[in-house]
Ligand binder design. Structure first.
Ligand SMILES: NC(=O)c1ccc[n+]([C@@H]2O[C@H](COP(=O)([O-])OP(=O)(O)OC[C@H]3O[C@@H](n4cnc5c(N)ncnc54)[C@H](OP(=O)(O)O)[C@@H]3O)[C@@H](O)[C@H]2O)c1
Length: 316
């Protein structure tokens, strides 16, 4: 039998079992991260919700348990905007391995003024990119201890039309929220692809994969009270947009596939099938500006300096 005929069709509603595996999802208490956690919990895996808010994490875990019989979920106190807290957070996991981490948490601001993290970094670049970049060094040994660890970085279609300004990564000179958000997602995606190259370079068993959810709206998302409630009116008003985009439950599918599918390879980009905006996950062509090695090397060096990290992020 050829490898193609052996390959089974991916069914987002019938995921392969993953008992005994452990997955961490940043921002697992809400939105796409919540649904990724719910879907992964249904595979029998242990799912750790990285969340800065214990009450929100408790509500999310209660909701997952009410939808998934026997769900094994835990909370990790995690604030990506506080880089100095990340090591202690990961140490508190008290695990001997980790099968995958999903870099899902994100901030998207619509309006000025420019805001900063406690560490003095622009809030979106500081949380979305620097927070995950700096986090990587702490679970690195746990991922290396798994048979085939994975880091899944959640990017965005918003990054397609952006280019990084390496001289002004934190939008200090020219702040436009939508552009700064798109660039923070582009930085994450460049990082994900560069991490793949570096992991291969050192012969690591860990894969770095990039996924994006397409367009995922709250109004098209099933209710999970008290985590998320869509009123019948919101659902009705959202119906026309459903032709183009989807709910956050479906927005989680590409990241979930990137975590679970044994066919997934490092350096791939996974997103929704229909115009990259909605539908079941498929592997996409990676835009060349996301894999420019010179840009990625400069971004890596600048991020390392800003976040004061080990240059290898724990992978040697
Ligand atoms: N929705 C879309 O259409 C879309 C499109 C493209 C890409 N994306 C990406 O998909 C990911 C999830 O988006 P979403 O729509 O699900 O967003 P969301 O509903 O706003 O959820 C964002 C999550 O990130 C968490 N978070 C924010 N700042 C954090 C911090 N400092 N430390 C830890 N967690 C933090 C939030 O926690 P709190 O609840 O504590 O705030 C929340 O759990 C993001 O990376 C986003 O950029 C989304």
């Amino acid at each position: 039998m050829s490898s193609v005929s052996r390959r089974r069709t991916w069914n987002v509603h019938r995921l392969p079992p993953a008992e005994g595996r452990i997955f961490l999802i940043t921002g697992g208490n809400a939105g796409i991260g919540y649904f990724a956690a719910e879907q992964l919990a249904a595979t029998g895996a242990v799912v750790v919700l990285g969340s800065r808010d214990a009450a929100k994490a408790d509500a999310a875990m209660a909701s997952i348990r009410s939808h998934v019989a026997g769900a094994n979920v835990r909370h990790l106190q995690l604030d990506l905007a506080d880089l100095s807290s990340l090591k202690t957070a990961v140490d508190s996991l008290d695990l001997d391995h980790l099968d995958a981490v999903v870099y899902n948490a994100g901030v998207a601001l619509d309006d000025p003024p420019r805001r900063e993290t406690e560490d003095g970094h622009e809030l979106m670049f500081g949380t979305n990119h620097l927070g995950h970049f700096a986090l990587t060094q702490w679970p690195a040994p746990l991922l290396s201890a798994a048979p085939a660890g994975r880091i899944v970085t959640v990017g965005s279609f918003a990054a397609r039309s952006e280019r990084l300004d390496l001289g002004d990564l934190q939008s200090a000179r020219d702040y436009r929220p939508k552009r700064t958000y798109g660039r923070s997602k582009l930085a994450q995606m460049c990082f994900g692809f560069e991490l793949d190259r570096r992991l291969r370079g050192v012969g690591s068993t860990v894969l770095s994969v990039v996924a994006h959810p397409g367009g995922a709206l709250d109004s098209l998302t099933p209710s999970r009270p008290p985590v998320h409630v869509t009123t019948p009116g919101e659902r009705l008003r959202g119906l026309p947009t459903g032709l183009l985009v989807q709910g956050k439950d479906a927005g989680a599918w590409p990241a979930v596939r990137a975590v679970l599918d044994p066919e997934v390879r490092g350096g791939q980009l996974w997103g929704p099938r229909v115009f990259g905006l909605r539908g079941t996950p498929r592997c996409e062509t990676v835009p060349s500006h996301m894999t420019d090695p010179a840009v990625a090397a400069r971004l890596w060096a600048a991020s390392g300096e800003l976040a004061d990290t080990d240059p290898h992020l724990g992978f040697r």
